[in-house]
Each structure stands twice: as C-alpha cells, then as structure tokens.
Design a protein around this ligand. Sequence first.
Ligand code: ATP
Length: 241
Amino acid sequence: MVATNDAVLEVRQLHKHYGTHRALDGVDLTVSRGEVYGLLGPNGAGKTTLMKAVLGLQRPTAGTVRLFGGAVGRETLAQVGALIEVPGLWPTLTGDETLRLHARLRCVPEQWTEPALELVKMTGARHRKVGAYSLGMRWRLGIAVALLARPRLLILDEPTNGLDPVGIREMRGIIRSLADEGVAVLIASHQLAEVAQVCDRVQVVVAGRTRYEGLLGGLAVDGDLEAGFFRLLETADAAAF
Ligand SMILES: Nc1ncnc2c1ncn2[C@@H]1O[C@H](COP(=O)(O)OP(=O)(O)OP(=O)(O)O)[C@@H](O)[C@H]1O
C-alpha cells in the first residue's frame, strides 16, 4: 500500500504468535497527522502487543510497522512519546526536577520543559514533590514527560485509568489540542466511553483480529454506539469458539 504524506504510523498485516497462540493475527492500522485513533478491545485482545511492536519492544512474527515512512528505530522512535498506564515517576522529585531530568536523558533543551508544563497546566505545581500530587496531576506530568521531545506521535494506553470526571475532561481537552497542532494520537482502551468523545476513527480488535475499522459512528446500531460495540464483541466471541 502506498503511504500518504500524512501517514504517521502504518501497521500492515501484523502477526505476533506466542507458540500456537495468536496474540495478533493480521492487523492493519494507519494513523495520520492530527488524527486521534482509538484501538478498542477487551482484555487480552492484543492492544498492548501492538503498541509494544510500534515502540520497538516486541519483534513481530510477521508484518511491518512503519513510523513516519521509515523503520522502527532510534531515529523514528525519537519522534514518538508514550504513556503506558500510570506514569512511572519518582515521588521525591518535584515536577520541575522530573522534567529537567527527562530533558537531559532525552538530550532536548531544558527550555522545552516550559511549554510542556504549560500545556498540561502544571506550572503552578512545578515546585511541589510528585509524591504529593493527585493521580490526575501525576497523569498530567506523565503527559508532559511524553511530550518533552515534541513527538509527532503520542501513544496512550488506558489513559483515563483512575482519573476522576474532571481529570477525564481535562485529558480529552489536552488530547484534542495536541491533535489540532498536528500530533497523531493512538489511544488503546477496553472502554468505549474512554475513546468515544475524543477519537476520530476506531478499530475494534478481538482475539488478535480486526472486527471493525472506521469512523466511530459506524459502530452504532440504531444510533446506539454502546449497543453496537457490545454486539460486535459478542459476535466476535461467538466466532472465536
Ligand atoms: N509474553 C507472552 N507470552 C505468552 N502470551 C502472551 C504474552 N504477552 C501477551 N500474551 C497473550 O497475548 C494476548 C494479547 O495480550 P495483550 O496484553 O496484548 O492484550 P491487551 O489487549 O493489551 O489486554 P489488556 O487490555 O488486558 O491489557 C493475551 O492472550 C495474552 O495472554
């Protein structure tokens, strides 16, 4: 398939087998510049396996992953930010120290910590220790860390885990503003509600296979998104046995 200029992530016929178990069984996916893409599926569907392959942490059994038109490697991964579940942060460092440390580790200018802090609205809390942060604040700092190197692709795994309704709304706002600036965002989740209000397109994966790919609205049955999603999961479950 020919890459469009806007394609940031292209996954083609990705397979990952663990012995006889097919964790991924021929998944295709394209995420474009400025797009928020939801990867939906129940526990064990293969979402983490796919994200690991994209981040170069997992070697696929077959198939390809292309980032910005190139192979997964040091150069392309430098343009990717990721936040996998709860961010791993040191409780004894302040938010400011955390970001400056990551700036050094990623060899980016220290001044880049400022816009990252502003984007996640953490400037006021920058001198407080991370151990005293709420989960929502830790999540926002985790996003700031993921955004430090100004990535063109942001990967988020279950991003609303543990967030309260205000935190969830803020998270959506941050994701949408990043997309408006041209960042491509891939969100993996097992909850429809998590992706429903923020994603442009979705893919539903069950038992390593694509069951739906397209606009979110296309999942709906009689205008009911949730009913359509659950019907899809039930049909896929029945087909698997
Ligand atoms: N290292 C491994 N060895 C064997 N099987 C594995 C391994 N890693 C994952 N699996 C299996 O592959 C399948 C897909 O797992 P994966 O973690 O990608 O699913 P997931 O969609 O991310 O699930 P969850 O929502 O629970 O995180 C599961 O059946 C899992 O048990």
